[in-house]
Design a protein. Structure first.
Length: 269
């Protein structure tokens, strides 16, 4: 094995620290008091996290975000996998047109559908509900397109062998396509989760009850909290921000191997 170049290693570490510097500074700031921060002193405290969780209901917001993002991820990846399997393995009238329309949705800004989605859910009485937060985000054209390209790289001979043994379409999907597509499915699941976790506009429009606020809405409200003289309590905001990024960080670490493998294999195919 070729030995590592120490210069490249040092440059990589330096670049990594450069990119992580804002995050590390934010975490460090979250452990300071507002008075110490504005006075340029160092005063370690966990009070910011306690206030964010108890006084400003971030525990509730965290649960809401986990419920919404988790259900959107499960339902979204299920719909995307079914659509990708249909587009990759079956030929039916209008199939190419439907796939083209699916890809075309990637070129449409999400804000264009904001008002139609709001009016539709208002007529259905689903505003201020979990369903109103979840349903508009289930369909994901990019995930369907990515998985369709990946599934097309799986040999059809495996499907045909299963059909000869009496398997149904759903059995082929569940026992052959899904296991072989785990890297791509994991990548898209993380993509959907992060996209929904960071969603701000739709929860802001669709939800008026504080009990249904997500973390992004709660985080924006913290900018109104002033420690005095019109100053923003940045240590409190940074503590809430740290709470917000932790689930995404854990999710990324959990599927990191599948994420890299899925992206690289999908690019090759």
């Amino acid at each position: 094995m070729k030995p590592e170049n120490p210069i490249l290693t040092m440059l990589s570490l330096a670049a990594g620290l450069l990119f992580l510097a804002p995050v590390l500074y934010s975490v460090w700031m979250s452990f300071q008091t507002a008075d110490a921060f504005y006075a340029g002193r160092v005063s370690f405290t966990l009070d910011n996290y306690e206030r964010a969780i108890t006084q400003f209901s971030f525990a509730r917001y965290l649960i809401n975000s986990l419920i919404v993002s988790g259900l959107v991820t499960v339902l979204g990846i299920t719909v995307a996998t079914l659509a990708a399997f249909a587009f990759a393995r079956f030929r039916f009238p209008g199939g190419d047109l439907m796939f083209g329309a699916t890809v075309a949705t990637l070129m449409i800004p999400s804000h264009i559908s904001l008002i139609p989605n709001y009016l539709t859910l208002a007529k259905a009485g689903l505003l201020d509900t979990y369903a109103g937060l979840i349903l508009p985000a289930i369909s994901n054209g990019f995930a369907a397109f990515f998985l369709r390209q990946y599934i097309r790289g799986i040999p059809k001979a495996l499907d045909e062998a299963a059909y000869m043994d009496g398997a149904t379409h759903l059995q082929v999907l569940w026992r052959i396509i899904v296991p072989l597509s785990k890297p791509a499915i994991s990548s898209m699941a993380l993509y959907i989760f992060i996209t929904e976790w960071n969603n701000y506009i739709w929860p802001l429009v669709a939800v008026g009850k504080q009990d249904l606020y997500t973390l992004q809405i709660g985080l924006a409200r913290l900018y109104r909290i002033n420690p005095g003289e019109g100053l923003i309590d940045w240590p409190l905001v940074m503590a809430a921000s740290t709470i917000t990024i932790l689930p995404v960080l854990v999710g990324f670490l959990a599927v990191e191997r599948h994420l890299v493998r899925g992206i690289t294999m999908g690019a090759v195919k």
